[in-house]
Design a protein. Structure first.
Length: 380
């Protein structure tokens, strides 16, 4: 990690360990907890993240009016971000519930009031690449301060995830529960799935009669200088050389949009979020992205395209052995071409896909939102 990264981490440590706790303590002296005050907060998006939308809608239906604290801190000046965090801490001191879906430094910066319940919805399911305290890419060894402190409930996609989350995020036993992921409930709605298909073919009529292949990779490197190894390894040329049986949709990770902007601009389906492409796709290609586990809910074939797998195993590492997943694994463009020419993705049965879904996403059954909200309300 470079000097700039280290300086940024030390600044975060000062904010977490000194500045924000001071703001919170002052606010506690001036306010009481309102059990009906609900905050939904995120520092990676200017709009309500997809992982929070189902819970937000359910709470509104119950008569609550959640307060939204979602900002993309990377787009804010230092002064703006400090004002944002200060304002959050004042409201945090009075909140009955706080919902987050990723690391959120302010929530973990103080000794919170016990009346306030913090619910971590998290933004990914299944088990793939290492995270949290299990990798230096997320939390450096020298970082002082627990970035996952104060969580009262963390919801995961299947029982197999529980011990990994407890270890990787340093969570007390009993906090992590396999209640499913709220955002996946919509995947079980037949009308929604048909609407997604109808809109896709309106935007891409040339795709009719072809197998829709969705390429949805993660990124390599760090967020400040990300790259897509699959793009650089020639995935486009692979499909240009195949027969006209497939229609390729490339949907890159948000961190990659700037570097590979033409893929976004040239995509007629770009108005459709990635989750709305999942019921449309006949086959998914990915690498180490957790979108694979969302896709597994549909029990459809997928292909792993991992040109840098050996390097990735050494630098980041995995929780699961992806070589055992019910899918072909291609390590270069030639192997990927063969997978589609010979339709090797058909070599895996529906029973295998069902078993994969149950192991990694089995708690996602269309009723996760209700379980999560009920569990959040239950006082230990």
């Amino acid at each position: 990690m470079g000097l700039g990264f280290r300086i940024k981490q030390y600044l975060k440590m000062y904010i977490q360990n000194v500045y924000l706790p001071r703001v919170y303590r002052r606010a506690v002296k001036k306010t009481a907890v309102n059990p009906n005050k609900i905050i939904m907060a995120d520092m990676h998006s200017d709009s309500l993240p997809y992982s929070m939308q189902a819970v937000y809608a359910a709470l509104v239906e119950e008569g609550y009016i959640p307060e939204i604290y979602t900002r993309d801190i990377s787009k804010m000046s230092r002064a703006e971000s400090m004002r944002y965090m200060k304002d959050f801490m004042k409201n945090y001191a009075a909140a009955g519930y706080v919902y987050i879906c990723s690391y959120f430094l302010p929530v973990s910066s103080c000794d919170k009031r016990p009346e306030t319940r913090v619910v971590q919805l998290w933004h990914s399911g299944g088990l793939m690449k290492k995270m949290g305290y299990d990798t230096k890419d997320d939390i450096p060894e020298y970082y002082k301060g627990v970035v996952t402190k104060n969580y009262d409930l963390v919801t995961v996609s299947a029982p197999v995830c529980v011990p990994v989350w407890e270890s990787a995020l340093r969570l007390p036993e009993g906090v992590t529960k396999p209640l499913g992921l709220a955002r996946t409930d919509i995947y079980f709605d037949k009308e929604w799935k048909q609407e997604c298909r109808n809109r896709f073919y309106e935007l891409c009529p040339q795709a009719r009669g072809k197998k829709i292949v969705l390429y949805a990779p993660s990124f390599s490197g760090n967020a400040s200088d990300p790259r897509c190894v699959g793009i650089e390894s020639g995935i486009e040329k692979v499909f240009q050389s195949l027969k006209d049986d497939y229609y390729l949709v490339i949907r890159l990770h948000p961190h990659l949009k700037k570097k590979y902007s033409h893929f976004w601009k040239d995509d007629p389906s770009r108005e459709l979020a990635t989750e709305k492409l999942l019921p449309v796709a006949d086959i998914m290609i990915t690498d180490y992205s957790s979108v694979l586990f969302d896709y597994s809910v549909f029990r459809k074939p997928f292909v792993l395209f991992c040109p840098d797998i050996q390097e990735y195993e050494k630098s980041r590492g995995f929780y699961a052995d992806i070589k055992t997943f019910p899918a072909p694994l291609a390590k270069n463009a030639e192997e990927l071409g063969r997978v589609f020419e010979e339709k090797l993705y058909e070599n895996f049965s529906m029973a295998q896909l069902e078993e994969f879904y149950k192991e990694y996403m089995g708690s996602c059954d269309g009723h996760s939102t209700e379980r999560i909200i009920n569990e959040a309300k239950r006082k230990n």
